[in-house]
Design a protein around this ligand. Structure first.
Ligand code: ZN
Length: 418
């Protein structure tokens, strides 16, 4: 029987609002876990060996689990915490023709057009002189990337390519730019002294509130569905997974998926393996036995069939919103989903009592990839790729079915408990 319903999507909306960056997503996930009795562990400390819920955070990635006294396998639900957006450059103050602007770098695969003419804000983290980290979220309109008026750009509807260096620089005021002004503003917003800020990761954030949409409100629109839907589903399922038999349920949500996962905290890093080894303890041979019996589900968003471009989809595999989570299959292992993996997915979905669908790319459109093949290869764990069907992936406003987020949480719970 499914455990999560539409109210899960309301919770997801609140999670998205509280999580404009990977660092905020880890903080919010930590807050929810702690409210359910989980405890944050520091990687530099010795860890407790007794039963209990724990989590660790490393640079925008979070791993949470329920330690058991006796266990023989892990069941891991993987996700990512980052989203394509714009990152503020180290010296951001710039301007042109009487406008103050903020220099930004493109982070990940941003479809430029969807970010134009939107009220944007800034959120991120500051690393202070004393080594502490301060989160900042300016929760009001601050930036805008203005579109060129159609009268000055008669070809706009024939397709327009924007130069990422010169034509995507947001404005944030009028007048002459002054060096240091933006970071002084951000420091004041964060309540810290700008002179003590030694480093920053600051990102443009879409401000529109998540909303239900459609005649019967059967659709759900928000920024960062990719992939806070999976991160939040994993948190909810882990909190609900009180009885998992002899398996340790784990949520692993990584930062930097959108830029290749190659950082000290990303899916290509030893973060997850390090946590799993510490959960098992000193016995090296036992670790190998536990890993051999373990399984992982890597969850991300995927492309629902688009009504205006159905030909872009494989004709026999056209997932629709609210048809349930998809297993993503690729013979070339862009997605990790062979026969054993398919069976793992089916067992989890059947245990959860939810509908499900299959996604396959067209042979002539290779599509994306995700953390599944990376983590599976790193750890040597059976891994299946799954996805939530959405439209407008990587847009500043994505769209999914309103029932599907709860089904994804049920699928994660099915993985943890079946
Ligand atoms: Zn994604």
């Amino acid at each position: 029987m499914p455990r999560f319903d539409r109210s899960h999507t309301d919770d997801l909306a609140a999670f998205i609002q509280a999580s404009p960056t990977p660092h905020h997503a880890c903080a919010e996930a930590g807050r929810l876990l702690e409210a359910a009795g989980f405890r944050r562990l520091d990687e530099t400390d010795a860890w407790p060996t007794g039963p209990g819920g724990h989590y660790a955070v490393r640079d925008g990635s979070i791993i949470a689990w329920r330690q058991r006294a006796d266990f023989d396998a892990f069941r891991i639900f993987g996700a990512h915490t980052d989203t394509p957006t714009f990152k503020v450059k180290p010296n951001p103050d710039t301007g042109s023709a009487g406008w103050k602007q903020i220099a930004v770098e493109v982070y990940g695969g941003v479809p430029h057009q969807t970010w134009l003419d939107r009220d944007l804000s800034v959120a991120g983290r500051l690393v202070m002189r004393d080594g502490t980290e301060v989160l900042v979220h300016v929760d009001r309109p601050l930036l805008r990337i203005p579109r060129l008026a159609i009268h000055l750009d008669r070809g706009v509807n024939e397709g327009q390519k924007l130069n990422a260096q010169s034509q995507l620089t947001p404005i944030w005021g009028l007048g002459q730019p002054r060096e240091g002004e933006f970071l002084e503003f951000i420091a004041a917003e964060a309540g810290v002294d700008a002179d003590d800020v030694l480093g920053h990761d600051l990102f443009a954030a879409a401000l529109d509130e998540p909303a239900y949409l459609g005649k019967d409100e059967e659709l759900f629109a928000a920024w960062r569905l990719d992939n806070l839907t999976s991160t939040h589903a994993g948190v909810a399922a882990l909190i609900a997974a009180e009885d998992t038999g002899t398996r340790v349920p784990v949520l692993a949500a990584f930062n930097y998926e959108e830029v290749g996962s190659m950082t000290y905290s990303g899916a290509q890093s030893p973060f997850l393996e390090s946590v799993l080894r510490r959960i098992v303890g000193d016995e090296a041979e036992r670790y190998e036995r536990v890993i051999a019996a373990s399984a992982m589900m890597s969850s991300d968003t995927g492309n629902a069939v688009h009504p205006n471009y159905p030909e872009k989809h494989e004709p026999g595999h056209r997932p629709i919103p609210d048809g349930g989570p998809m297993i993503k299959v690729s013979a070339n292992q862009r997605y990790a989903s062979g026969a054993e993996e398919q069976a793992l997915f089916r067992r989890s979905a059947e245990a959860a009592g939810i509908p499900w669908q299959t996604y396959v790319n067209r042979n002539d459109i290779p599509g994306g990839t995700t953390i599944g093949p990376i983590s599976g290869t790193q750890l040597g764990i059976l891994t299946v790729d799954v996805g939530l069907p959405i439209l407008s992936m990587h847009s500043a406003r994505e769209l999914c079915g309103a029932e599907d987020p709860g089904r994804l949480a049920d699928l994660a719970l099915g993985l943890f408990t079946h």
